[in-house]
Design a protein around this ligand. Structure first.
Ligand code: NDP
Length: 447
């Protein structure tokens, strides 16, 4: 079989074995489509069935999560942990709490995570977990009860040298705290079993900022390679959660102007530049809707619906909310308005046809598995600090993060060029991430 036939047959196998898991199919296809030149160069990967193995999780755990709401009514949710690949280290990846969560979403995220973690250069395998529980509108007490029940089952499967979960959509410091407390109570051990912990009980400085800052550092590297920087650039950022807020903060520090952010209801456009303190107050402190912003800043306009944000004129667009939020219509608007760079802060926020169009129109496109790797990178650094029982300064952690993002840009840029797709960072990221995993799997035998 030719290399292309091998990738096609593996994709067909994935479709057959994982019916209805559309997001997982999409993530697998994107990676497989990049790998033919690598298989041509290294036929031993195909001989050892590395592709067939890499698309099959090492372990999938699904469990019932029963909890009592504030009215004393029993509620039942579903929990997941997909331990996808441990060739490079303990499984590592976040937990997502969102009503849209089902097995296909967790598998797509876990699969992406394998390659992302590989790109960081740290010793981390790939995994992901979550639940269809919706923390929105729940009291602190309900969130705590849910987290305790979730961890009562999850704690049987994780550990600081086995599987180290972190946050994702719907899981921030509050949820990590409740889950850590329950883990410690059941297992009677204080270890670095979760990352994103509070700063006075084992967390790392810069973890909160890491994904957003890392995204901006890698875009800055790209700008540098093009002979430019952020000064005077207009930027559109979608979302107003952890990634969006800290991407905005770093862009503003570097002299760029963010003119729009959004949430799942709509977006705000402030031509004078987003006032980040207001966004933090609304989203981080009050947990309210982004439209509150316009009642405080009269220069801003609120529009219902999320897709319209891509019609705002900008030099750089950073989708930082959720999967498939930037479609081909949005991509066309970005191109028409002269956008030159798209960097994915979220996981797979761009649909495949939108990404294809952007690349075809010479928009530099940085895929999430490279561009948002800063979060898991600092999680890896948190694990290292926990093992040594020390805490680094903000400056040290930030410098390490920056260094990792600079290296990722170099690696994906070099891999794209070496394998005949210069400037295509999707291909570069998939290949650079894959080779390290495939080599480790070859070394470790048929497992
Ligand atoms: P948060 O829960 O903090 O924020 C998510 C934001 O996206 C919220 O503003 C939310 O709005 C908005 N949102 C959700 N769905 C939609 C939608 N359909 N359209 C528009 N906006 C939407 O999550 P994070 O910031 O942590 O994560 C964002 C993305 O980044 C995810 O894809 C995540 O997997 C990825 N990521 C996160 C990392 C991290 O360290 N946090 C690391 C790597 C990737 P609302 O307030 O209305 O819910």
């Amino acid at each position: 079989m030719s290399a292309k036939e091998v990738t096609k047959s593996v994709y067909e196998l994935v479709l057959k074995r994982n019916p209805g898991e559309n997001e997982f199919h999409q993530a697998v296809k994107e990676v497989l489509d990049s790998l033919a030149p690598v298989l041509e160069e290294c036929p031993e990967y195909a001989d050892a069935k590395i592709l067939e193995r890499v698309v099959e999780p090492e372990r999938v755990i699904m469990f019932r999560v029963p909890w009592l709401d504030d009215k004393g009514v029993p509620q039942i949710n579903r929990g997941f942990r997909v331990e996808f690949n441990s060739a490079l280290g303990p499984y590592k990846g976040g937990l997502r709490f969102h009503p849209s969560v089902y097995l296909g979403i967790i598998k797509f995220l876990g699969f992406e995570q394998i390659f992302k973690n590989s790109l960081t250069g740290l010793m981390m395998g790939g995994g992901k977990g979550g639940t269809d529980f919706d923390p929105k509108g729940k009291s602190d007490n309900e969130v705590m009860k849910f987290c305790q029940s979730f961890m009562t089952e999850l704690c049987k499967h994780i550990g600081p040298d086995t599987d180290v979960p972190a946050g994702d959509i719907g899981v921030g410091g509050r949820e990590i705290g409740f889950m850590f407390g329950q883990y410690k109570r059941i297992r009677n051990e204080f270890t670095g079993v979760l990352t994103g912990k509070g700063l006075n009980w084992g967390g790392s400085l810069v973890r909160t900022e890491a994904t957003g800052y890392g995204l901006v550092y890698i875009v800055e590297e790209l700008l540098k390679a093009q002979g430019g920087d952020f000064k005077g650039k207009t930027v559109v950022v979608s979302g107003s959660g952890n990634v969006a807020i800290y991407a905005t903060e770093k862009i503003q520090q570097l002299g760029g102007k963010v003119v729009a952010v959004s949430d799942s209801n709509g977006f705000i456009y402030d031509p004078e530049g987003i006032k980040l303190d207001t966004v933090k107050q609304i989203k981080e402190v009050e947990r309210k809707r982004i439209k509150e912003y316009v009642s405080i800043h009269k220069s801003a306009k609120y529009t219902e619906g999320c897709l319209g944000i891509w019609g705002i004129k900008c030099d750089i667009a950073l989708p930082c909310a959720t999967q498939n939020e930037l479609d081909v219509e949005g991509a066309k608007l970005l191109v028409k308005n002269g956008c030159k760079i798209v960097g994915e802060g979220a996981n797979m926020p761009t649909t495949p046809d939108a990404a294809e169009l952007l690349i075809e129109k010479n928009v530099a496109f940085l895929p999430g598995k490279a561009a948002n790797a800063g979060g898991v990178a600092v999680s890896g650094l948190e694990m290292a600090q926990n093992s040594q029982r020390i805490s680094w300064s903000f400056e040290k952690a930030d410098a390490e993060l920056k260094n990792i993002m600079v290296n990722i840009f170099k690696d994906i840029n070099d891999a794209a060029e070496k394998y005949g797709s210069k400037g295509n960072y999707i291909v570069g990221a998939n290949i650079a991430g894959f080779i390290k995993i495939a080599d480790a799997m070859l070394d470790q035998g048929l497992v």
